[in-house]
Design a protein around this ligand. Structure first.
Ligand SMILES: Nc1ncnc2c1ncn2[C@@H]1O[C@H](COP(=O)(O)OP(=O)(O)OP(=O)(O)O)[C@@H](O)[C@H]1O
Length: 359
């Protein structure tokens, strides 16, 4: 594997307002590969913003190291020995890390094109070249027709697209998106996420996606870290985290992203399940990838005489892989059911018996 574009090692950030100690980030290590969309998810106060602000040293870690593209931006051991880039060098490096925020942070008294041009104020190119660049960026975010308007004349989604154009002005390799869709409605959120995905695909832009919405992670992230109380509870590929979550908090986030818990609850409370006849089994079947293509239900009947009555079904596509979930009532002779369950396991289907035989 190639060296990560962002490597955060053993990051601690402690604040001491009025003598009180707040461990905003504790012992966090994250490697982000070039071209990743890396989600960092957690509730408000989990430490996400503080952590990502260490990437461009808007926030200096109390200890730990920040390495970008193989270059040490910051390193400090617990005994206090520190190395860090600063001054002009830091400013230049920062320009290669774009950032977008929940509240857009646009200059209200400047037009859309002036807002983007502002990011190029330290660029030594001729004004004409810079203006061409701004026009290209506005084209990229589909706002060419709004160039002369002011932020107050734009919708939230349009404002965020101006912010994205501005963040890209200095051709960054990394874009930090800090709750960039949190103030937007679901449809606009999707448009902004799709734009981030497009930039990632077309230009290999690495995206750090900070969010409290697992839905956003599910939509575009390849990898995800789940944070709580300053710590990373678990991290991995989005597919793994969604299909095999370990921490309770991760399960909670996933449930909100899929609405599956409500479906399971409603069906569990239904008369059909409440009055489940003896010999029948209420179960959840979960499968990923190829298993979804298997005619599972047909096989259960043809090979084992097990009838599966489907009460609920859901298929998500995560990183191009299908992830399926079915709630079924299985009816069969007991012996057949055991064989059928063994068959399902052999097909990499996870069976969670919710009521009935073996529950
Ligand atoms: N400059 C600061 N001084 C003191 N405490 C701070 C400072 N910045 C953040 N904190 C505290 O650090 C903790 C983590 O905050 P942080 O903003 O990183 O969380 P978050 O997960 O990004 O949440 P949010 O989305 O609400 O910003 C919180 O308890 C916060 O109050």
């Amino acid at each position: 594997m190639t060296a990560p574009i962002i490597s955060l090692k053993d990051i601690d950030v402690t604040f001491t307002p009025k003598g009180k100690t707040i461990h905003a980030v504790q012992d966090v290590s994250i490697d982000v590969q070039k071209g990743d969309i890396y989600g960092i998810v957690g509730y408000s106060g989990a430490g996400k913003s503080t952590l990502v602000r260490t990437v461009n040293l808007l926030q200096e870690p109390t200890s730990g190291s920040v390495t970008i593209n193989g270059e040490t931006f910051f390193s400090k051991t617990n005994d206090g020995a520190a190395t860090k880039i600063k001054g002009k060098e830091l400013k230049e490096k920062r320009r290669k890390i774009g950032m977008i925020f929940q509240h857009f942070n646009l200059l209200n008294e400047r037009t859309v094109e002036e807002n983007v041009l502002f990011a190029l104020e330290n660029n030594k190119e001729k004004e004409k070249i810079k203006k061409e660049k701004v026009a290209e960026l506005l084209e990229l975010v589909d706002l060419s027709d709004r160039a002369k308007q002011y932020p107050s004349q734009l919708s939230g989604g349009q404002k965020q697209r101006v912010a994205i154009a501005r963040a890209l002005a200095n051709d960054p390799e990394i874009l930090i998106s800090d709750e960039a869709t949190s103030a937007l409605d679901p449809k606009t959120t999707r448009q902004i996420l799709d734009l981030l995905k497009k930039l990632n695909k077309q230009y290999g832009l690495t995206v750090l996606l900070i969010t409290h919405e697992m839905e956003a992670v599910k939509a575009i992230a390849d990898k995800v870290a789940v944070m709580q109380n300053g710590r990373v509870l678990e991290k991995g590929s989005t597919l793994d985290i969604f299909t095999k979550p370990q921490a309770e908090l991760t399960k909670e986030f996933i449930a909100t992203a899929t609405n599956q818990d409500q479906a399971i609850q409603a069906i569990t409370d239904s008369e059909t399940v409440k009055n489940l006849p003896a010999g029948q089994t209420f179960a959840e079947l979960k499968y990923t990838g190829n298993s979804t293509n298997e005619p599972l239900i047909t096989s259960l009947y043809e090979q084992f005489g097990v009838v599966a009555n489907i009460l609920y079904g859901n298929i998500e596509v995560l990183q191009g892989t299908e992830v399926g979930s079915l709630l079924v009532i299985l009816s069969s002779e007991k012996d057949n059911l055991d064989d059928a369950l063994a068959f399902l396991a052999s097909q990499n289907v996870t069976v969670n018996i919710l009521k009935g035989a073996q529950a």
